[in-house]
Write a protein that binds this ligand. Structure first.
Ligand SMILES: NC(=O)c1ccc[n+]([C@@H]2O[C@H](COP(=O)([O-])OP(=O)(O)OC[C@H]3O[C@@H](n4cnc5c(N)ncnc54)[C@H](OP(=O)(O)O)[C@@H]3O)[C@@H](O)[C@H]2O)c1
Length: 286
């Protein structure tokens, strides 16, 4: 598995990470299957896992995903960098943003307990909260970092203006935004370029468009290219992202072992600039 450095001063991790959200939200597989998916990812070289306190059914089930990850990593914790996220709540199963500093601090302390660690490898803010000055939310994470509760700070769902504002407060290691063949905003809103210029890791979330988008990949023109290369369209999408940005680490999700075992093979594909152009010619317009 190829590796990439996390931010300007983080550890080296696999160039593909595992997003574990689908193992805990509605439609999740039985626990033993979820554990097998995580362990298969590790067996195939993945060393970065993306979880969040809010990956669960609802508020009664909060931290389900972090606990599942911890269970799956028994005896292998040192192999993996874990990124978790705070700033989202699940009242009655809904998804709501809460990035008030006091809530972020409380949520981070609960993540430390769920993950059974004294310091979180990488903690990301789930989303800017329009009701809270962004600097206040980031300030809470900066204080937690000063206290040694967090090693690295990340942002999610951020614009360039957010990243710049945050970097004036605390070093930012990563940005996690949506990027998939049918949602290419980060290519034109400057986020992908900004991350590259500043050696900030760009985590591409929902790289296949989530559970709704993934089945449609096979119907895009891209699937013809994938067939010609004798790979799945999923693998081609990940290889395209890796070739397009040297700071990108895609975060494919999976509920089945077969899915993640197929996706990790994208790390072995090399697409030159002609191949990247050819893939792009098959994508819907940006
Ligand atoms: N920060 C944020 O706001 C945010 C938001 C959403 C997601 N995320 C992160 O992004 C991660 C991934 O996103 P996601 O899970 O929504 O969607 P995704 O990775 O775009 O798609 C997952 C779907 O693709 C299918 N799939 C994956 N690899 C496949 C393969 N090689 N062959 C066939 N099917 C394949 C899976 O099938 P099976 O289920 O059948 O295996 C699953 O249905 C999440 O786990 C989470 O960590 C972050």
């Amino acid at each position: 598995m190829q590796v990439r450095k996390l931010g300007p001063d983080g550890p080296t991790v696999s160039c593909i990470g595992l997003g574990t959200m689908l193992l805990s939200i509605s439609g999740r597989p039985p626990e033993d299957q979820g554990i097998r998916v995580i362990q298969a990812a590790l067996d195939h070289g993945i060393s970065l896992i993306d979880t969040a306190d809010c990956y669960c059914y609802d508020h009664n089930d909060f931290h389900h995903n972090e606990k599942l990850v911890l269970k799956a990593l028994k005896g292998r914790r040192e192999q993996v960098t874990i990124m978790t996220k705070v700033g989202c709540r699940r009242p009655g199963g809904a998804w709501t943003i809460d990035a008030r500093p006091e809530y972020l601090t409380e949520a981070t302390h609960n993540c430390l307990k769920s993950l059974g660690v004294d310091t979180i490898d990488l903690l990301a803010l789930n989303s800017p909260d329009s009701r809270v000055p962004f600097a206040d939310s980031v300030g809470a994470l900066a204080r937690l970092r000063e206290q040694g509760k967090i090693r690295h700070v990340g942002l999610c769902n951020a614009q360039v203006s957010h990243i710049e504002e945050a970097r004036a407060i605390v070093p930012i290691t990563s940005v996690q935004n949506r990027w998939h063949p049918q949602a290419r905003e980060v290519e034109k809103n400057g986020v992908l370029d900004y991350c590259k210029r500043n050696q900030i890791t760009f985590f591409a979330y929902s790289p296949f468009g989530g559970t709704l988008g993934a089945p449609t990949l096979g119907t895009l023109k891209l699937a013809e290219q994938a067939r010609r290369r004798r790979v799945s369209p999923y693998r081609l999408v990940l290889a395209w992202m890796l070739a397009k940005s040297p700071v990108c680490i895609p975060l494919p999700g999976a509920r089945r072992v077969e899915s993640i075992v197929d996706s990790v093979l994208a790390a072995d594909m090399e697409l030159d600039s002609e191949a990247v152009k050819a893939v792009e010619a098959t994508l819907p317009p940006r």
